[in-house]
Design a binder for this molecule. Structure first.
Ligand SMILES: C[S@@+](CC[C@H](N)C(=O)[O-])C[C@H]1O[C@@H](n2cnc3c(N)ncnc32)[C@H](O)[C@@H]1O
Length: 270
C-alpha cells in the first residue's frame, strides 16, 4: 500500500473498505494503489487482468449475498430444490454466460453461480463454455476450479448426473438442443435449468413441447427486491425442472417421447 493514499477523512466521507479477498492478497493486488482506484477499475474494464476480474466477482458475490433478491432465491432453493424435494445436484454446466472479463452482467451471473456451488454443495464438477471466452475468462475459470469445455457442444450434452444447466439469457436454439439431447424419461429427471422462461416461446420449439412436464419457478425481481443489481442481469430467468410424477405420467405414451422439432436453425448460436 502506498503512503500517499492515506489522508484524513471526515466521518461523513469515511467509507468502509471492501474486504480484500485472500486470493487477491495472494496475487499482491494493490487495492488502494492510486493508479487503480475504483472508478479507474470500471473505466478500464475492457483491459482487465484476471486478478482484477476476480476482484470484481468477489465484490459482486458480496453484493449478491447481502441482497434481498438472493435471500428470496435461497428460499426457493431451500423449499423446492434441495433434498428431499429434489435429488442432490452433482454437477453444474454453464453455457452462454458471456465474457466475464468484459461484461458486468456476466460477472453478476458468474458470481451467482459460485454462490450456487455452496448452496447446493456441489460434489461433482463445474463446467463452462461460451465461444466468446477470452484468455482472461479462461484464467478466471481456472482460478475458481471450473473446467472450461474444450469443444463447442452447442448445449447437446447428455446428462450422466443430476446437473444444473446454468444458461442465463441463452439463444433459444441452445435450450432446444439441450432438451432434445435429453428427451428421455430417465435423463430429464436429472436436468434442472436456470434460463429464460420456456413458456415465453412459441409452439414450434422443443421447449414449448417440454412445458407439458416442466415445472417453472420464477426468479425474484431485482427491480423490486434489489434495485442495486442492474435490471438486465437476472430478468426473465427461472428454475425449470421435470418432476418425477409429471415425467412418469407420460410413461406409457410412446408418441410423446418422439420429439417433433421443426427447425435446427438459430442464427444466435455460434
Ligand atoms: C444473449 S447473450 C447472453 C450473455 C449473458 N448471459 C447475459 O445475460 O448478458 C447469449 C450468449 O450465448 C453465447 N453462445 C452463443 N453460442 C453458444 C454456444 N454454442 N455455446 C455456448 N454459448 C453460446 C453467446 O456467445 C452469448 O454470450
Amino acid at each position: 500500500m502506498q503512503n500517499e493514499e492515506w489522508k484524513v477523512v471526515s466521518k461523513r466521507m469515511a467509507v468502509k473498505p471492501a474486504r480484500i479477498p485472500p486470493t487477491i492478497k495472494k496475487h499482491n493486488f494493490q487495492y488502494l494503489n492510486k493508479d487503480f482506484k475504483k472508478k479507474d477499475r470500471s473505466k478500464n474494464a475492457m483491459q482487465n487482468s484476471s486478478e482484477n476480474v476476480i476482484y470484481f466477482i468477489e465484490e459482486k458475490m458480496q453484493a449478491l449475498k447481502k441482497s434481498e433478491f438472493f435471500q428470496e432465491l435461497k428460499k426457493i432453493i431451500d423449499f423446492q430444490l434441495l433434498p428431499p424435494n429434489r435429488p442432490a445436484l452433482v454437477d453444474i454446466v454453464c453455457y452462454g454466460i458471456g465474457s466475464i472479463e468484459k461484461s458486468c452482467t456476466s460477472q453478476y451471473q458468474f458470481a451467482l453461480m459460485l454462490l450456487f456451488k455452496n448452496l447446493f454443495q456441489i460434489i461433482g464438477k463445474i463446467y463452462a463454455y461460451d465461444p466468446i471466452f477470452s484468455q482472461v475468462d479462461t484464467e478466471v475459470l481456472t482460478h475458481y476450479n471450473i473446467e472450461s469445455i474444450k469443444i463447442n457442444e452447442k448445449a447437446k450434452r447428455v446428462v450422466t448426473n443430476q446437473t444444473l444447466f446454468y444458461m442465463p439469457h441463452c439463444p433459444l436454439g441452445l435450450y432446444n438442443n439441450l432438451i432434445e439431447a435429453n428427451w428421455d424419461r430417465i435423463k430429464l429427471k436429472d436436468v434442472i435449468i436456470v434460463g429464460n422462461r420456456f413458456d415465453f416461446y412459441n409452439e414450434s420449439s422443443c421447449v414449448f413441447y417440454a412445458l407439458k412436464i416442466l415445472k417453472i419457478h420464477l426468479f425474484p425481481s431485482t427491480t423490486i427486491q434489489s434495485p442495486a443489481i442492474p435490471d438486465n442481469t437476472f430478468n426473465d430467468l427461472c428454475w425449470q425442472w421435470f418432476p418425477i410424477d409429471r415425467v412418469d405420467s407420460y410413461k406409457e405414451d410412446s408418441e410423446f417421447w418422439i420429439l417433433k422439432r421443426e427447425s435446427n436453425e438459430d442464427q444466435e448460436i455460434i
